[in-house]
Design a protein around this ligand. Structure first.
Ligand code: GGG
Length: 361
């Protein structure tokens, strides 16, 4: 099978880490006669914006629509306000392609460090499902009375639609049922007296159809505290756009850091390509130095493989990351001195080492 993959390395370290994700995908193709990748790279992001006045062309989504998947690096550059970058590139793709599931594993891999004393991989193993198209990221709002210091204000509207809440919550129940794990809903139904209350109502309504799935509902503040104090109580977690963004950074904090935080932006209907990216940003302070950790980008490529139906290869890529960690070959964020390329090369080599001869996964 030949897969056409659109590649958007983006800004800063996005360039460097994406190169290593592609190296690993090429290695998968070299080891499996049944898989071929055709990569097409798009130089969209800040440089494109500075040259052309837009982060991607107006017909960017049309261009991407014909691909099987998208591999993205990072967005953001100190020369341009971050909200212009995000709303010029990443968020239009998520929303325009109905990628309503932002799946983020929070899993402490063997060999990765954690800041939590006495905790190990058996304690930190969860999947976050962040609603990815509306909520606090609806993009709706206004600036009123600009320039009038007595009255000026900004409005930022959250949108919680029935369709939007129900589909991500149902996705959570289906995943929890399939994997025989519990489902935690995180919201803020006490203070957010419209959107939060509505989310909780929809969660309770959908739960009735899944009596076999154990559930808990937490306020986001309590969830933040419990993630640190008792991470093993979280298995599958479903939450809103902003809470998911914040809690998964906290999750990265307890599971090896941002260099190990991967994500998939999934359109479960498969009408549009899904997008795979490390959770981290463009890290301008270390961009171009060749020391960024490519493991999150490589893990996101594993999620791409899984989405394309190659779950076995996805597992092997994650195992290759684990072995690279256990061998102590890590970038400076994890205390090592390996370069981005050295880490990527070793993950690719480990993949070949465990896969044996050429295989059909
Ligand atoms: N790896 C993609 C990237 O650069 N993300 C940075 C970011 O700020 N993303 C916002 C979000 O996921 O909501």
């Amino acid at each position: 099978m030949t897969y056409r993959i659109a590649v958007i390395p983006g800004d800063g370290i996005g360039q460097e880490v994406t190169a290593e994700a592609l190296r690993v995908l090429r290695e998968v193709a070299a080891l499996d006669r049944g898989i071929t990748f055709e990569f097409e790279e798009f130089p969209w992001g800040t440089e494109h914006f500075l040259a052309a006045g837009e982060m991607m062309p107006k017909d960017g989504l049309q261009i991407l629509a014909s691909f099987d998947a998208i591999q993205l690096g990072a967005v953001g550059d100190p020369r341009v306000p971050d909200h212009l970058t995000l709303w010029g590139l990443l968020l239009p793709i998520r929303q325009g392609f109905g990628q309503y599931v932002n799946l983020r594993p929070v899993r402490l891999l063997p060999g990765a460090p954690t800041v939590l004393a006495g905790r190990g991989p058996q304690d930190i193993d969860m999947v976050f499902l962040r609603e990815n198209t509306e909520g606090e990221y609806s993009g709706k709002g206004d600036f009123l009375f600009s320039g009038d210091p007595q009255r000026e204000m900004a409005l930022q509207t959250s949108v919680f639609s029935r369709v939007g809440c129900e589909r991500i919550i149902r996705y959570g129940f289906e995943l929890a049922r399939r994997t025989r794990r519990s489902l935690t809903s995180v919201s803020k139904g006490n203070a957010m007296n419209y959107g939060g209350v509505f989310w909780d109502e929809v969660f309770a309504q959908v739960a009735v159809q899944y009596p076999d799935v154990r559930t808990q509902s937490l306020l986001v503040d309590a969830a933040a505290m419990l993630l640190v104090r008792d991470p093993s109580r979280f298995e599958v977690v479903v939450t809103s756009n902003l809470y998911g963004d914040i809690l998964t950074d906290l999750g990265a904090g307890i599971a090896g850091g941002m260099g190990l935080a991967a994500s998939a932006n999934i359109d479960p209907t498969r009408r549009h390509p899904s997008l795979f990216e490390p959770v981290h940003g463009s890290a301008p302070d270390i961009a171009g130095k060749g020391i960024a950790n490519p493991m999150a980008a490589i893990w996101s490529a594993a999620l791409l493989l899984d989405h394309l139906g190659h779950g076995k290869w996805a597992e092997r890529v994650v195992e290759a990351i684990e072995r690279t960690l256990s061998a102590g070959v890590t970038s400076p964020d994890l205390g090592g001195s390996a370069t981005t390329e050295e880490v990527g090369r070793l993950v690719a080599r480990e993949l070949g080492a465990t896969s044996g001869k050429r295989v059909q996964a």
